[in-house]
Write a protein that binds this ligand. Structure first.
Ligand code: C2O
Ligand code: CU
Ligand code: CU
Length: 456
């Protein structure tokens, strides 16, 4: 592949600097449609924020905030983002869950060359599906996502959906100490287990915030797990809440139930009936409070439950003709001989192969090659004691069944494979390219649990 689209910034030309705030540079983000060449100018740059009261944390921000600026587009439209790198190291942007051409997928040396400090790159693609997606680098993910380079990408339906109100809630836990200083993003003994957890849990960058919602209305809550490691066990005790979409694709609305396990990279869209003014609900992770949802007086007449969201147009896999491919996800700690040779740790593997994040040629050895247009069933077998949110780039897949739980088949880009679970998912290989197929626990993907799947 020819990589040509990186551009070098002439000094700061093309970047509007708003001014220096106290303690750090703050950048202004161009508004959509202001320029003809792009809808957003998304600058990645260091920023100091107050995550821990009274202390400063030097995060890396997209558009002057961490988690990053919420990008929005309408289904079927082009999204054009000029990504400007003002970080001290190379980066890229991957658009998680968006079905797009390979050269826009943000994977270094597969889709594009890394965007070096002082360079920009124009991402330009159509967004075929409405739903809640997100974006993040695909280089040095532990550190770059850990420092705050994660942001929501919302694709709106073309027609009104019946939801008049919506809120985006991004979940992230930060690897910071009590003074707000970063601690290790990855600790080997944790990477070999469930991944290195952050210490400070936030919603929209704030620890246990109070979010005000209009009384009596049905609000669409887009809950995005942008965390490196944590699976959130989401609950809204005493709330009337229904699931409307999973990971960007609509489902037939159903009650939220007691707990929904949202793994790293996954998204949950709820309809929530906001109770009478003054009432408070608690969004929980297991027994822990993540946020308080406070009902405030609204002048509007009460809303009613919207109908199901319109389905995205995804190709239905032909199960009768599909070929089955098996993927075993294994713990491989015993095979970490590369460590003694000075290489990275290899704790995880797929079908006996461990991905080497330091080896640019890995993508040339795909774990499977699919014929374009054909249907496939992937049998995902987790033979480890830890769960893995298994993610595929470039295409959505349909979850069919599992030996551990009852599945109502649905389309997704990330499936949380429980310990010792075997699940079957199916897809039509309709997007040519070399697509990353990996666990979204960043520690796992960086210590082996990633592979490439080729569609040709
Ligand atoms: Cu969020 Cu390789 O993906
Ligand atoms: Cu992705
Ligand atoms: Cu994993």
């Amino acid at each position: 592949m020819n990589f040509t689209r990186r551009q070098i910034l002439a000094g700061l030309a093309g970047v509007s600097v708003l001014g220096l705030g106290a303690g750090g540079a703050r950048y202004w983000l161009g508004r959509p449609d202001e320029a003809k060449t792009h809808d957003y100018e998304l600058i990645a740059a260091p920023l100091d924020v107050e995550l821990v009261p009274g202390h400063r944390t030097f995060v890396w921000a997209y558009g002057g905030q961490a988690p990053g600026l919420e990008l929005r587009a309408r289904q079927g439209d082009w999204l054009r983002v000029r990504f400007v790198n003002h970080l001290p190291e190379p980066s890229t942007i991957h658009w998680h869950g968006i079905r797009l051409p390979l050269e826009m997928d943000g994977v270094p040396y597969v889709s594009q060359l890394p965007v070096l400090p002082g360079e920009y790159f124009d991402y330009r693609f159509r967004v075929p599906d409405a739903g809640s997606f997100w974006y993040h680098p695909h280089i040095a993910s532990g550190e770059q996502l850990g420092r705050g380079l994660v942001g929501p990408l919302i694709v709106e339906e073309r027609e009104p959906t019946g939801f008049r109100h919506e809120r985006t809630l991004t979940l992230k836990s930060w690897h910071v100490d009590a003074q707000g200083a970063f601690s290790a993003f990855s600790v080997p003994r944790e990477a070999a287990r469930g991944g290195t957890p952050g210490r400070l849990t936030t919603v929209n960058g704030e620890a246990v915030p109070t979010l005000e919602l209009p009384a009596g209305q049905i609000v669409r809550l887009r809950i995005l797990n942008l965390d490196n490691t944590l699976t959130y066990r989401l609950g809204l005790p005493d709330a009337e809440a229904r699931i409307y979409a999973l990971d960007g694709h609509p489902v037939a609305p159903r009650p939220l139930g007691e707990e929904y396990w949202l793994g790293p990279g996954m998204r949950l869209e709820l309809g929530l009936r906001v109770p009478a003014a003054g009432a408070e609900l608690s969004l929980r992770n297991g027994p822990l409070r993540l946020a308080t949802l406070k009902s405030v007086t609204s002048g509007e007449v009460s809303g009613d439950w919207p109908a199901a969201l319109p389905a995205n147009s995804l190709a239905e896999p032909d199960l009768a003709q599909a070929e089955t491919l098996r993927f075993n996800i294994e713990w491989a700690g015993a095979l970490s001989e590369s460590v003694t040779q000075g290489g990275g740790f290899k704790f995880w593997q797929i079908n006996g192969q461990a991905w080497d994040i330091g080896d640019r040629s890995c993508a040339e050895r795909p774990i499977a090659t699919l014929r374009q247009g054909r249907s496939y069933v992937f049998e995902l077998r987790n033979v480890s004691q830890y769960q893995h949110p298994i993610h595929l780039h470039g295409m959505a897949f349909k979850v069919l069944d599992s030996n551990r739980r009852t599945i109502v088949p649905y389309f997704t880009d990330t499936y949380l494979l429980g310990r010792n679970e075997t699940a079957r998912v199916a897809l039509v290989a309709d997007n040519p390219g070399v697509w990353m197929f990996h666990c979204h626990v960043v520690d796992h993907m960086e210590t082996g649990l990633m592979a490439a799947i080729k569609v040709a």
